[in-house]
Design a protein around this ligand. Structure first.
Ligand code: COA
Length: 379
């Protein structure tokens, strides 16, 4: 046991521990809004596009109009999938978890277009941001409808438009494209969350970008992180009215069950992204003529606050927004992967620029040193 470790007390879940520095976002800092490189999430959600946010995160400044046009064209040109990757996607089972499809697709692309071959981390970030929707929906349509879709969809220049077009086969309305674009912006970056920290740990060993992002996807997959929106949707769909939801949620709370889409490690007084996505979910619910799910969601929100002092996090109303965009529930978490790839990549660049191996210590709780027993003396 090292002296340092023995003198320390482990902090459960590393809560409140500053594990490094970042210039990318402010999360839960007293008196500060959530910002990406100093820009308020509210301003970005209202006025920026997802491509501007990717550019901001990766290149450190907002693009001028000509930069943005060039950047959009670059991303469109990177939407195609190489043939061996299509073959791999075809071989994956139709029953696969779609997050695993992206995790596998990322890893496979790392063998086909490796970083060592003169591609830098910016190039890989752009390639993954542009091709994750293609991978997911190529796999989806091949197994659902036996169709090998064309993924470039040049007539649909934004990632949100491409995604909705490839999914539904018809161009999205302006409201739908804007709603998904905003959801992507809200999910793009969030400081040292579990998946981003995973990426930074991997990159700190001087590993490559694909390995880091593959690891990030693995960490995002769990229901305590990126998987919460799917859990929230399944929960909402269980109830037929707000009253029924109230009875059901009270029972869950009595059994100490977690309600997915509520609570946050950092935001104890509300997630600043939640009201923005709630506003969009409301608009989409009205457009869809919904009289069931949105009122149920609001009742659960009220109850969780009065009973536990808990606020919805970004995932709760994202689930409803995605639902009203006609996106199947099992594709919700992959949307998070598509959005967060920009933030992960920016952290990869930042970690590399000031790298030191991330290697904390553990407080040892095992047995004291003892003699090694011969095999016939063991019970
Ligand atoms: N439903 C019910 N109770 C919850 C809760 C939830 N979603 N989130 C936290 N709590 C309760 C815990 O049961 C605990 O209560 P207790 O002190 O009576 O035991 C208390 O609040 C603290 O919770 P804890 O899990 O220790 O907080 P944390 O900071 O470790 O966890 C989360 C943060 C996000 C993991 C947690 O809030 C959670 O599991 N939420 C649901 C999953 C989710 O939505 N994740 C997406 C995050 S963006």
């Amino acid at each position: 046991m090292s002296d340092t470790a023995s003198a320390q007390k482990a902090v459960s879940g590393l809560e409140g521990i500053a594990a490094g520095e970042t210039a990318l976002s402010t999360v839960g800092k007293e008196g500060l809004d959530l910002t990406y490189r100093g820009y308020s999430i509210r301003d970005l959600a209202e006025q920026a596009s997802f491509e501007e946010v990717i550019y901001l995160l990766l290149y450190g400044k907002l693009p001028a109009r000509a930069d943005l046009d060039r950047y959009r064209s670059l991303l469109i040109s990177l939407r195609d999938l190489p043939t061996p990757l299509r073959v791999i996607l075809e071989q994956l089972p139709p029953t696969a978890n779609p997050v695993d499809v992206l995790r596998t697709g990322c890893s496979a692309l790392g063998t086909l277009e490796p970083e060592e071959d003169g591609r830098d981390a910016h190039a890989i970030a752009n390639r993954l941001c542009a091709s994750f929707p293609s991978m997911l929906l190529y796999w989806f349509h091949f197994h659902r409808n036996g169709r090998r879709i064309e993924t470039r969809a040049e007539a649909h220049p934004t990632v949100a438009e491409q995604f909705l077009y490839l999914l539904h086969g018809v161009p999205p309305s302006a409201l739908h494209a804007r709603a998904l674009d905003t959801a992507f912006i809200l999910h793009a970056e969030h400081e040292f969350n579990a998946s981003t920290f995973t990426c930074r740990v991997i990159i700190s060993t001087l590993s490559d970008s694909y390995s880091a992002i593959t690891g990030g996807i693995g960490a995002l997959r769990g229901p305590l992180h990126g998987g919460a929106d799917e859990g929230a949707m399944k929960l909402l769909e269980r109830f037929s009215s707000p009253d029924e939801a109230e009875v059901g949620i009270r029972k869950m709370l009595a059994k100490k069950e977690k309600i997915l889409g509520f609570g946050h490690r950092v935001y104890k007084h509300g997630d600043p992204r939640a009201p923005i996505i709630k506003g969009l979910a409301k608009q989409l619910a009205e457009e869809a003529g919904d009289r069931r799910l949105f009122p149920i969601a609001e009742r659960i929100e009220k109850l969780l606050y009065s009973e536990k002092g808990l606020y919805p996090n970004i995932d709760f109303y994202s689930a409803l927004a995605y639902h009203f965009l006609g996106i199947p529930t099992f594709l919700f978490t992959p949307l998070f992967v598509i959005a967060r790839t920009s933030g992960w990549s920016a952290h990869i660049l930042e970690q590399r620029a000031h790298n030191r191996l991330i290697r904390p210590v553990a407080v040892y709780t095992g047995p004291a040193p003892r003699p090694f027993p011969a095999i016939d003396q063991r019970s």
